[in-house]
Ligand binder design. Sequence first.
Ligand code: EPZ
Length: 429
Amino acid sequence: MEKLLIHGQRPLCGQVSINGAKNAALAIIAASLLADDIVTLENIPDIDDIKNLVMVLEKMNVRTTYLDKHTLRIDSRYMSNGCADSENVRKMRASYYLLGALLGRFKCARVAFPGGCDFGVRPIDQHIKGFQALGAEVDAKGIISIQARELRGANVFLDMVTVGATINIMLAAVLAKGTTVIENAAKEPHVVDTASFLNSLGANIKGAGTDVIRIKGVQKLHGSTYAIIPDQIEAGTYMVAAAITKGDITVKNVIPRHMDAISAKLKEIGASVIERDEEIRVIGCETMKPVKIKTLPYPGFPTDMQPQITALLSTVPGTSIINESVWDNRFRYVEQLKRFGANIDVEGRIAVVDGVDNLVGTEVEAVDLRAGAAMVLAGLAAQGETYINNVTFIDRGYEQLVNKLNAMGAWIERIDSDTPIQIMQEKVI
Ligand code: EPZ
């Protein structure tokens, strides 16, 4: 195991190239199982969640080959059946996409319950509602087992906007007989990217990116070569890094409109945000203003940027309010932020942040992927040294985070977990 040692208070200046979107790549890798020929995926991020999903596929006799670090070839023509029950499945939430893909291809699926970051209850009832509407029988006791004599198009009105269920129902419907309509669908960029990928295989999906998606079932799907979109959350994390260190960072290889809500909020806080075709430059400022934020499904402010923006607002004088409307328990990391001296009160889904002049380096835990990123951001801004344990969470979703930050002036070291730590005692008193 490793931990990070961050030497704080160094403004970050320079540029950073953004990798492919984790949450698009995970869905699209699963979707590749629906093709009856080879699929080549470009701009795949080199992160642990992807490697873990590839291992699950390998155990199902899918042949995967990395043509280079970011290009993956998937040949599922020799797959044995629709079973994916391994400890790798339990490591992440995105394993649930195997349900839709295997059901769509084999008309049956057996997948262990997915794992993933702990924000409280993470049900899959809407996924199951969609599969049942298409004609499947679902038994979710101990393992998720689904089967269908035949899949027929249906109308599904989702009870809430859910990325996972929207994508999973698309996966199950593309080879069904007839047309499926998903209403109250999620509109995230990774939902659109997955639909675009499926259409590149010969699927007939219209309306992705709106709240009504129509999937006209086809007989079969051929192979294709497809490039994953850039990661909006990785980009947003570096945009906040510029603001919290009062630096000047250009995030490159991005689709700026995917970060519109993040850019708008950073401008409201006082940072300068300059957009060009495929890049966004963020320049921090000395005097920042407190704001109110409510996380919402796309195009609202993304919940996956909530811990990162809260770390920033911890250093902004005045009172900011964060309303987490998507997850019922996504403020677990606040206890860790308080170790830096942050002044935050949490009541259910609301956090009230009274910004402090300085955060002070300390030892913290990364309690989940985006919380880990928030700890890094706080450490970059804090006086003295910060140690972050559970780096594996961060490695699940960020490629080369330490190297990318150090290339812009940060001083971060990856050290062995049992290295003794020296927190600046005089600062703590
Ligand atoms: C995806 O999770 C992302 N993960 C999450 O990102 C992200 O936070 C989330 O979407 C929201 O944008 C991946 O794409 C792998 P949801 P998902 O279904 O699909 C409720 C990260 O950091 N719900 O959109 O699991 C659910 O409890 C991760 O990259 C049901 O009630 O999220 C939540 O309150 C963390 N029943 C809300 O809907 C269901 O059947 C949104 O969940 C499904 C969801």
